[in-house]
Design a protein around this ligand. Structure first.
Ligand code: RUB
Length: 307
C-alpha cells in the first residue's frame, strides 16, 4: 500500500468512527503522520513538506469538531529543520513525543481527578471518554468503592463501550437510556465527562447530551467534572473562531428514513455546555476552574498565537 493510501485508510476509520474519541483520533493522526514521514518518497525538503501538508489535510478533513486533531497535527508537523532528513526526523520525533505525552496525560488526569471521588460515591458518565474513565478507574484502583451510571449515548451507543471497559476493570455499573438522567441524578455524587473542545472562556463541547446532563447536575447541585488533556483546549477560540458542530447522517438515528416523505432527522454529534455548569476541569497540568481556560491556552498552546 502506498504511504498516502495508508493515510486515507486512517482517515476513513476516523470518519466512520471505527477510530473515535478525541484522544484516540489525535493519537491515530499522529501515528499515521509518523508512518507517512518514514515511508514517503521525496527528493527535497520542499517536496516532503508539501507531501506532509497534503496528508495532514486529509486527516483534518475527517471530523470537524475535535480540536485534538488539529492540535495534534500542528504539534507533529511543526519543525524548524533545514534538510530533508531533518524534516523527516522532526515529524517522527514530534509524533513519538505527542503519543507518549498524551498517554501520560491521561494517567495524570486520573490521579488528579480521582481525588474528587470519595469512597462510596456514585459517578455518572456519558459517552466513552478515556480521560473520564481514567478518573474513575484510578479511584477504583486506589481502593474506593464506587458505582458508575453510564448513559447509552445514542445514536452510536458509546455507553456500551464504556460499561464494557468498566466491567473488565471490575467496576459496578448501571446502564441507563439518555433520557433517564434526571431520574437518577439525585443518587449521583459526581458527573465526569470528557471533552472534544474547551474554548477560551471554559465552554465545553462534548458528545450530544452533555449539556442536558450538566443542566440536570446544576439543578440537583451535583458536581460536574470535565476530564481533558490540555490539547483539547482550542487556541483559535481566543482569536474569535467558533467551534463547528459536526452533523452526522440521518441513518445513524433512523435507518429507515427513506420510508418517510416529510421527515428530516437532525443528528448533531456534539453540544455546548456553558462554563458556569462546570465545577472543575481536570487536566494533566492540574485541576482548574473553567474560567482559567484562557490562561491555560496562553501558557500551554501559546505557539498558535504567534502565527
Ligand atoms: C466522543 C466524545 C468523548 C470525547 C473525549 O465522541 O464526545 O467524550 O471525545 O474522549 P465520538 P477522550 O464518539 O463522536 O468521537 O477522553 O477519549 O478523548
Amino acid at each position: 500500500m502506498k504511504p498516502i493510501d495508508r493515510i486515507q485508510e486512517t482517515a476513513q476509520k476516523i470518519k466512520s468512527m471505527e477510530i473515535r474519541g478525541a484522544g484516540r483520533i489525535a493519537i491515530a493522526a499522529a501515528s499515521s503522520l509518523k508512518d507517512f514521514a518514514q515511508s514517503v518518497d521525496a527528493s527535497s525538503q520542499e517536496e516532503f513538506d508539501s507531501e506532509i501538508k497534503h496528508a495532514a489535510q486529509i486527516l483534518l478533513d475527517t471530523r470537524p469538531t475535535a480540536v485534538s486533531l488539529s492540535n495534534a497535527i500542528r504539534m507533529v508537523t511543526k519543525s524548524s529543520a533545514n534538510s530533508l532528513d531533518g524534516a523527516r526526523e522532526a515529524v517522527i520525533f514530534n509524533a513519538n513525543r505527542f503519543i507518549e505525552n498524551s498517554q501520560k496525560a491521561v494517567e495524570k488526569i486520573g490521579q488528579i481527578g480521582s481525588r474528587r471521588i470519595r469512597d462510596g460515591d456514585t459517578v455518572l458518565t456519558h459517552c466513552n471518554s478515556l480521560a473520564a474513565i481514567s478518573v474513575i478507574s484510578t479511584a477504583h484502583k486506589s481502593g474506593k468503592h464506587i458505582k458508575v451510571i453510564a448513559t447509552e449515548s445514542r445514536p452510536r451507543f458509546q455507553g456500551i463501550t464504556t460499561i464494557g471497559m468498566l466491567d473488565d476493570l471490575g467496576i459496578e455499573t448501571e446502564l441507563i437510556v439518555d433520557s433517564a438522567v434526571r431520574s437518577v441524578m439525585n443518587e449521583v455524587d459526581l458527573v465526569v465527562v470528557g471533552a472534544d473542545v474547551i474554548t477560551a472562556n471554559g465552554t465545553l463541547i462534548n458528545k450530544i447530551g452533555t449539556a442536558q446532563i450538566a443542566l440536570c447536575a446544576h439543578e440537583a447541585r451535583t458536581s460536574f467534572m470535565v476530564a481533558a488533556e490540555t490539547y483539547k483546549f482550542s487556541p483559535r477560540t481566543i482569536l474569535g473562531e467558533l467551534v463547528t458542530i459536526e452533523e452526522r447522517e440521518a441513518q445513524e438515528v433512523l435507518p429507515e428514513i427513506h420510508r418517510y416523505k416529510h421527515v428530516r432527522v437532525r443528528n448533531p454529534a456534539f453540544d455546548v455546555t456553558p462554563h458556569h455548569y462546570i465545577d472543575v476541569i481536570c487536566t494533566e497540568a492540574g485541576a482548574i476552574p473553567p474560567e482559567m481556560s484562557y490562561l491555560l491556552i496562553r501558557e500551554r498552546l501559546g505557539w498558535e498565537m504567534e502565527e
